[in-house]
Design a protein around this ligand. Structure first.
Ligand code: AMP
Ligand code: MG
Length: 500
């Protein structure tokens, strides 16, 4: 704990922050404040989200920039750095924690939901473990862009409220402008938060954390004698649903460590994530994921692995009197994850294929299409999108994606028959597919181009354009053909970095 804390000035801005986490869970966090930076300036401000949160317009100002990078705090604010542990690439690290982040507190949004206001890149904390506590502008903009894209795709996600340039440089592989991301989340409770306390055998605090999680995410379970097991069930349901949705849009998180897995079921920490172009389950983009632990097709296995870690952390709460019984119940639930996932995945994939009723052979039909896509290296997003036109009789765009379309024709015949076997109105099928099969996703080359312009040339134009396109991913719009296309061959193999 050698980090020095700067004295943070009080902001004249007022925010209706609560401090539930800071006051209820003192042992899980450290009161901390942000670092002074030379020239804070808001680069991006999420007006729609600010509106959802009922935030004052004055926050989008020079004063707001100081507040949203952690340099000043609103009166009464009690920022904390949260403690958590985590399994990183399968290895347990007993103490990670917010090494470059602060929880300013919780806000109540217009729908009455509690949301965390959190700053990432706000300077070193006692959890920095030798890191500088800062963030580079590129990764911060990337997180902003990805979060908004996921939100528009209907995937539960944390979202960025603002990007604040700090006016200082941070040293990574190259020198990069520094920035802070102001992030909004249903909460920052992670599997790793529970592992932290379980590892320390702090059962009283573990129970408080679990009660806090229930109050926050599953208030209907309050007072239920079996609430801790049921919390495990709820988190399982949410995470199973989340990963099934990721799979349905070709999203690869890239770093599914247990500290990056939320209880809320929101996607968090857009580091090395990326969308897959041509379909292959082994697809990995992250430079540090050398063995493909977090490859596209392995995400459901890791989901189960992570849920097992969560279950282990909860064991002492599940059954106080009989640990063997707790183990048996938790094991049974964790063993059910593949089946639960399969059901969720089938529901996602059926919609993508325009199937509104479940039939026994659907899984084979879906898997056979994926197999063809894999063999012929077909673009994931375009293939499903063009399926919609094929259902209406225009097979040409879909066939054009396949080097050898004959096996596709055979598959299409089976699929047409399957479509005809249910009495769904064509319009209903069309609408379902239109909302299940996006046309615009954050294509890697477009993301890189936008970030290069924004960070390298100080031109946010391409980023704004890309964000506009991705804000409505399901509606084809003339003039946007380029954003729907996979990377040109010259773009080459793609690699992403954690950006820490
Ligand atoms: P992430 O890969 O962003 O999920 O971060 C994993 C852990 O490393 C978390 O505990 C972070 O707070 C910490 N961390 C990442 N980057 C930095 C940094 N530049 N300085 C301090 N801690 C960091
Ligand atoms: Mg993380």
């Amino acid at each position: 704990m050698s980090v020095q804390q700067s004295r943070t000035a009080t902001s004249p801005l007022k925010l209706p922050l609560q401090h539930r986490f800071a006051s209820e869970l003192e042992g899980c966090c450290v009161p901390w404040q942000g670092a002074e930076v030379p020239h804070p300036a808001i680069l991006e401000y999420n007006h729609a989200l600010a509106e959802e949160l009922g935030l004052p317009e004055t926050l989008n100002s020079d004063e707001g920039a100081r507040l949203l990078c952690g340099m000043t705090i609103p009166e009464g604010c009690r920022p904390v750095a949260q403690a958590y542990a985590g399994h990183q690439f399968g290895n347990f690290v007993p103490q990670l924690g917010d090494g470059r982040a602060l929880l300013l507190g919780e806000l109540t949004d217009r729908e009455g939901r509690l949301r965390d206001l959190h700053l990432k890149g706000s300077g070193p904390t006692p959890f920095s473990r030798g890191g500088d506590g800062k963030a580079g502008l590129g990764p911060v903009l990337r997180e902003y862009l990805m979060g908004e894209a996921m939100h528009a795709l209907g995937i539960p996600t944390t979202r960025a409220l603002a990007v604040v340039a700090t006016g200082e440089w941070v040293q990574r592989e190259t020198r990069s402008p520094g920035a802070v991301l102001a992030r909004i989340a249903a909460s920052h409770l992670r599997v790793g938060s529970f592992e932290y306390l379980a590892h320390r055998c702090d059962w009283a605090l573990l129970e408080r954390l679990a009660e806090h999680a229930i109050e926050r995410h599953d208030p209907d379970l309050a007072g239920d004698p079996d609430r801790f097991f049921r919390l495990l069930e709820r988190v399982t349901e949410r995470q199973v649903d989340l990963v099934a949705r990721w799979m349905g849009i070709g999203f690869i998180h890239g770093v599914m460590n247990t500290d990056n897995m939320t209880l809320s079921g929101e996607t968090i920490d857009y580091g090395p994530c990326a969308f897959m172009d041509s379909y292959h389950p082994d697809t990995v983009f992250s430079s540090i994921d050398r063995y493909g632990r977090y490859a596209y097709g392995n995400q459901p296995n890791i989901l189960q692995w992570n849920l097992a870690r969560f279950a282990e952390a909860l064991l002492p709460l599940i059954d106080r009197d009989d640990i063997d019984r707790a183990v048996a119940r938790a094991t049974e639930l964790v063993n059910e994850v593949p089946q639960r996932y399969r059901t969720a995945w089938l529901a996602v994939m059926r919609r993508k294929l325009g199937l509104l009723q479940a039939q026994a052979d659907d899984e084979a039909l879906i898997r056979d299409l994926l197999q063809l896509m894999q063999e012929q290296e077909v673009d994931f997003t375009l293939c499903f999108r063009h399926l919609g036109a094929a259902a209406d009789g225009d097979r040409a765009p879909l066939r054009a994606l396949f080097r050898a379309p004959e096996p596709l024709d055979a598959w299409l015949a089976r699929w047409q028959q399957r479509l005809a076997s249910e009495d769904t109105a064509p319009e209903q099928r069309r609408e379902t597919m239109r909302h299940a099969d996006p046309v615009y996703v954050p294509r890697n080359h477009k993301v890189e181009e936008a970030l290069e312009a924004a960070v390298g040339q100080g031109d946010p134009g391409p980023l704004h354009r890309l964000m506009e396109v991705l804000a409505d991913p399901f509606t084809v719009r003339p003039g946007l053909e380029d954003w729907a296309q996979p990377a040109p061959p010259a773009f080459g193999p793609y690699q992403t970095f954690c950006g820490t």
